[in-house]
Design a protein around this ligand. Structure first.
Ligand code: MN
Length: 257
């Protein structure tokens, strides 16, 4: 199994290095990651500027390719240009901070895995539920189980795994739950500030997730101390609404429009 690692925290992020350390002794591993942090860029790709690729060395050995683009760019250019062989598995992470609920729409970490699913490669996003003093030990070790799971069971076409790992001490992690994407979202506010030249600027802040009380969701499982695994799909069609609109359309749009 060849593994491609990427992320949205940038090629120098400790979370990516933790994945590399956990997996590179057992598998051939390639790294193609953004050269700088690209959190919350979602599924953006670079169209109006060129992509530059630099080889990065760590501990005096070749470590990976740094790309001047987004996580989705990294997956695309890895498969089309940089890698000699396509990977069997793509892992994106380990992200600093969870990716649950509607937040996954903004997530670069998750979008890299979704891009992998576009390409027909078994892919997973892995996020650790903390933004301070991260200990990636358990999450990195758990990623081996994810690789094993993907190798043995595969994934339905177009599906990726969104994995979130609690940041509590390993002994307090309750186990694994397969969950659905919750609809909870952050309570957001803009802080209004004034710069030294007297100009007003705004900074998005506020990060307390609202609890929507749905029992089998990613966010709730994570808060209760479970590793949450959600299968996600990029088909955004709402089937129920499609059927309702088809029926409603008869009375709105004349047939000879
Ligand atoms: Mn990130």
């Amino acid at each position: 199994m060849r593994i491609l690692l990427t992320n949205d925290d940038g090629i120098h992020a400790p979370g990516l290095h933790a994945l590399y350390r956990a997996l590179s002794s057992d598998f051939p591993v390639d790294i193609v990651a953004p050269e700088v942090e690209m959190s919350a860029v979602g599924h953006a790709i670079s169209l109006s500027r060129p992509l530059r690729v630099k080889k990065v060395r760590k501990e005096s050995r070749f470590y990976g390719y740094a790309v001047s683009g987004t996580p989705a760019d990294c997956v695309k250019i890895a498969l089309q240009e940089l890698l000699d062989q396509p990977p069997d598995v793509i892992l994106s992470g380990i992200n600093l901070g969870s990716n649950t609920g509607v937040d996954i729409l903004y997530s670069g970490t998750v979008s890299a895995a979704t891009e992998g699913a576009f390409m027909g490669i078994r892919s997973a996003a892995i996020s650790l539920d903390t933004r301070e003093n991260p200990d990636f030990t358990f999450a990195a070790r758990f990623s081996k189980h994810i690789v094993d799971f993907l190798g043995r069971h595969g994934l339905r076409d177009g599906t990726a795994l969104n994995v979130n790992i609690p940041s509590c001490p390993t002994g307090r992690i309750k186990g694994v739950r397969f969950t659905r994407q919750g609809m909870s979202r952050y309570v957001e506010k803009y802080e209004r500030r004034v710069d030294p030249r007297g100009n007003v600027y705004y900074w998005l802040s506020g990060e307390i997730p609202m609890d929507n009380g749905t029992p089998d969701t990613d966010g709730l499982a994570l808060r209760e101390g479970w590793v949450s695994i959600t299968p996600i799909h990029y088909d955004l069609t709402c089937e129920k609404e499609l059927n309702r609109l088809k029926k409603a359309a008869v009375s709105i749009f004349p047939r000879d429009l």
